[in-house]
Design a protein around this ligand. Structure first.
Ligand code: PXP
Length: 237
């Protein structure tokens, strides 16, 4: 059974819409864990549009499974991570204008910077994952900068129109997962996954963890968070 990391960013999105106190991401994390989540994922964005510094501190305290902090490879974020010490940091590209993370990191292009940040995090005892598109050269570059894990960006697969396009994107993910595994890095996947499109990926046995947010929080509005997490967990068996 693959592990499920539940991203609770959008609980914070609803809270920030009114600038108040509810709904509380910390409560969402506790419910998700009770429903079988294997980890909690949050993205602390530079513009703090959803998750706040306070959420990160509280979640580090209450998460019983594993806290995966997604962040840009900036000095500010590296300091934050060293202070809070999440179990895993996932480095992602970030642009202020984007609605959500739009693509993987250019690992080769930012090799020096990434190596530096990964070194800092490793010295603090924090494992590091890199969010990359399913391309062989990015995966090899991830190995060279000494990443522990690679999270394959599934956005293109999720957005594929028609079976032919989906087949192409699926194959790219399958090959990338194999390459990552052979290079002895842990393989996870995420972005744009939902209760339908995640099923096919389960055939890629190298992927041992899925990080899923939007579709779970969207379903939770109608069925409750506990059931939404249980249903996603069941898809991953
Ligand atoms: N993985 C990474 C690296 C992400 O940036 C995101 C979005 O924050 C996710 C997974 C979750 O994506 P979604 O909300 O589309 O499930």
């Amino acid at each position: 059974m693959a592990r499920l990391g539940v991203n609770v960013d959008h609980v914070a999105t609803v809270r920030q819409a009114r600038g108040g106190k509810e709904p509380e991401p910390v409560a969402a994390a506790a419910i998700a864990e009770m429903a079988g989540a294997d980890g909690i994922v949050i993205h602390l964005r530079e513009d703090r549009r959803h998750i706040q510094d306070r959420d990160l501190r509280l979640l580090r305290d209450i998460v019983q499974t594993k806290l995966n902090l997604e962040m840009a490879a900036t000095d500010e974020m590296a300091r934050m991570a060293m202070d809070i010490k999440p179990h895993l940091v996932t480095l992602v590209p970030e642009r202020r204008e984007e609605l959500t993370t739009e693509g993987g990191l250019d690992v080769e292009g930012q090799r020096q910077r990434l190596k530096e940040v990964i070194g800092i995090l490793h010295r603090s005892g924090i494992a590091v994952s890199l969010f990359v598109d399913p391309q062989l050269e990015q995966i090899k570059a991830a190995r060279r900068v000494e990443a522990d894990c690679v999270e394959l960006h599934t956005g293109r697969y999720a957005n594929a129109v028609g079976l032919k396009e989906q087949d192409t994107e699926y194959e790219a993910l399958a090959q990338a997962a194999r390459a990552t595994y052979k290079l002895e890095m842990v393989v996870s996947a995420g972005h744009g996954l939902n209760y339908r499109n995640v099923r096919r990926l389960r055939n890629i046995t190298e992927i041992v963890e899925y990080n899923i947010g939007h579709s779970i929080i969207a379903r939770a509005i109608f069925v409750g968070l506990e059931q939404a997490v249980r249903e996603m967990k069941a898809r991953l068996t």
